[in-house]
Design a protein around this ligand. Structure first.
Ligand SMILES: Nc1ncnc2c1ncn2[C@@H]1O[C@H](COP(=O)(O)OP(=O)(O)OP(=O)(O)O)[C@@H](O)[C@H]1O
Length: 296
């Protein structure tokens, strides 16, 4: 049973149709990415999923364990693009204040989370004096304090350096493993979507593809074997006729399902080529194939 499913969501702001038709399903324990360029409709979708914006049409269904909207917010954590914390309060005060909004969150839990997010050294520093990466860690710490089943992250890495991004993902992956946390991420960082269990590619208010990364790559961004040769016709004659081969300036290019499939091919034509190149498909290639444009 899906934790959450959305069917044919649509949302306009005046004449602007931000979300035209988005359906998606969030299964427990999974890491789901909504990938798309600026303005694709990701944040608007998240706002509808978390209940802060009502769709014009379409519906959202919750798992039976989350019977009504009042209960729903206890099961979710949200990290918004803009922080919702008080800059004048310290990190510890912000988290303690948040903890008081829930029953059963002990001081011990606040300290554990500070420790988990490596924030103890800045715990008594005002939030507004923190670096961007430290702030983001506090934002996420706030969002998971009440142990939500489902965490929404709206472009959490924008503007962060690679070390901070890696650190945040180490913590999130630990939470996924230890607490079975389900994550819904919006991003335009292709490398971030690469680790997701399932990806919805969104463009211009629509889901234009939805699948696992390996399946999306196989369909829209195959591994490509490029053969450098001065005798392309001869090489072609020596290869199975059903291979998807195209001519290039310097030889031939073959689309493959995976890199291992190149081995028998290379064995067949080894004496006829001067060199070869093997390139695995990327998430970038998927987006390019689907939309004809780069994501950023
Ligand atoms: N409150 C609003 N009023 C008018 N237009 C809006 C409003 N919110 C969003 N839009 C428009 O709807 C479209 C989708 O916006 P949305 O923020 O959902 O996209 P996004 O994919 O999250 O983009 P980004 O990655 O830049 O956050 C954009 O063209 C945006 O300008």
């Amino acid at each position: 049973m899906a934790l959450l499913s959305a069917n044919h969501l649509k949302k306009s702001f005046g004449k602007k149709i931000a979300v035209k038709d988005i359906s998606l399903q969030i299964d427990p324990g999974k890491f789901i990415a909504l990938l798309g360029p600026n303005g694709a409709g990701k944040s608007t979708t998240i706002s509808m999923l978390i209940g802060t914006l009502a769709p014009d049409s379409g519906n959202i269904n919750f798992d039976a364990k989350i019977p009504n909207a009042q209960n729903y917010h206890r099961h979710i954590g949200v990290v918004f693009q803009e922080s919702v914390l008080d800059g004048q309060l310290t990190v510890r005060q912000n988290l303690t204040f948040r903890a008081k909004m829930y029953k059963n969150i002990t001081t011990h839990r606040v300290e554990d989370v500070l420790n988990e997010f490596q924030l103890l050294t800045v715990a008594d520093q005002k939030y507004q004096t923190l670096s961007g990466g430290q702030r983001r860690r506090v934002d996420i710490a706030r969002a998971i304090l009440h142990r939500p089943a489902l965490l929404f992250l709206d472009e959490p890495s924008t503007g962060l350096d690679i070390q901070t991004r890696n650190m945040i993902w180490q913590i999130l992956n630990r939470l996924r493993q230890n607490e079975h946390l389900t994550i819904v991420l919006t991003t335009h960082y292709l490398e971030e979507a690469e680790n997701a269990d399932f990806v919805y590619i969104i463009d211009d208010g629509h889901v234009i593809a939805a699948d696992t990364i390996p399946k999306l790559k196989a369909t829209y961004a195959p591994t490509r074997l490029t053969l450098i040769t001065s005798t392309p016709d001869l090489v072609r004659k020596n290869l199975p006729a059903d291979l998807p081969i195209t001519r290039t300036k310097t030889g031939l290019s073959i689309a493959l399902s995976n890199s291992m499939a190149s081995i028998p091919i290379l064995k067949l034509i080894r004496p006829l080529i001067s060199s070869f190149e093997l390139r695995n498909g990327t998430v970038d290639d998927i987006f390019l194939t689907l939309t004809g444009k780069e994501i950023r």
